[in-house]
Design a protein. Structure first.
Length: 309
């Protein structure tokens, strides 16, 4: 008998039975001449199985087609040699820089020498000898004690205080105020009085020698010394004075003090002795072998003329 007229009908029947019993069957593209007979046989086999009971065969899980992995080309094994390090890149060879001759720079002018510290201006000391009543004001050094007179730290004529001291080293005979009242050389108060010595012991203490010592002088300085002596008296009086200045060497000055108004005697460039001291001895001065009666000193000026401080 012919159950299926066409291949399509045969295919539909196949799918139905396949789902029921998972019976493998390959669907041909064209049915053979005996297709019906084959199906009839298969159908009869199926009917017999159904009579025996339900089919419990579990269909195997549908196999999924394997995913094709990209084929890897097999490369022929080659001898792989260890990679050789690339030769180091040679740094650009640096040529030593050519030394250019140093340009001659103009010589710098020598630095100016530091200015030397200013020297202390030279000092000029003025001393008035005589009674207090005739003291000279201002920057004068007044001395009235004929025995133990002393002035420490003499004041310079410009008012500066010094380390110089003036001392009566051997006492005089007396003071007087009968000197010149002229101010042509020194102020009147300074010239009109002074200290006296006597050659015959007739006045005061009768001393014929008075000594003045000036100490603490600058060791590298030199001095000009000026002395003024004046004493009035009756005609024929003898008032000549002798001044012996002792420093590095001795210098002698003489002055006729009788009624003297404007004459002073000076010794220049006097150098102190090794102890930085200058000493002045005052005595009456004998002329032509005749002993003078009196000697005196009214004013002393000690002027520093070379200062190496």
């Amino acid at each position: 008998m012919n159950l299926f007229k066409t291949p399509a009908e045969l295919g539909e029947t196949y799918l139905l039975f396949r789902n029921m019993e998972n019976y493998p069957f390959t669907m041909p593209s064209e049915l053979p001449a005996d297709a019906n007979s084959i199906l009839e046989l298969k159908l009869s086999e199926l009917v017999e199985k159904l009579k025996k009971g339900p089919i419990t065969k579990t269909l195997p899980p549908e196999e999924k087609p394997e995913e094709k992995k990209p084929e890897q080309k097999k490369e022929e094994a080659k001898d792989i040699k260890p990679a050789q390090a690339a030769p180091p890149v040679k740094a650009a060879e640096q040529k030593p820089a050519e030394k250019k001759p140093a340009e001659a720079k103009p010589a710098s002018p020598p630095a100016p020498a530091a200015p030397a510290p200013p020297k202390t201006p030279p000092m000029d000391f003025l001393v008035d000898f005589g009674p207090k009543a005739g003291a000279t004001p201002g920057n004068w050094n007044n001395l009235d004690d004929i025995s133990n007179g002393r002035i420490n730290n003499l004041i310079s004529s410009d008012g500066r205080k010094s380390d110089v001291s003036l001392i009566v080293d051997d006492e005089f005979s007396a003071t007087h105020d009968l000197g010149s009242k002229s101010d042509k050389i020194f102020p009147k108060t300074a010239g009109q009085d002074g200290f006296m010595v006597t050659g015959n012991g007739s006045i005061g203490k009768g001393n014929n020698l008075g000594v003045i010592r000036i100490e603490n002088l600058e060791p590298k300085s030199i001095y000009n010394i000026t002395i003024f002596a004046s004493r009035s008296g009756p005609a024929g009086s003898k008032f000549a004075s002798k001044f012996t200045i002792k420093g590095a060497k001795d210098t002698i000055l003489c002055s006729d003090a009788l009624d003297n108004k404007e004459k002073a005697v000076s010794a220049n460039n006097v150098v102190p002795d090794a102890s930085n001291t200058i000493t002045i001895n005052v005595t009456p001065y004998s002329q032509s072998g005749m002993q003078q009666e009196y000697g005196c000193i009214n004013v002393l000026e000690l002027k520093e003329v070379q200062n190496k401080r």
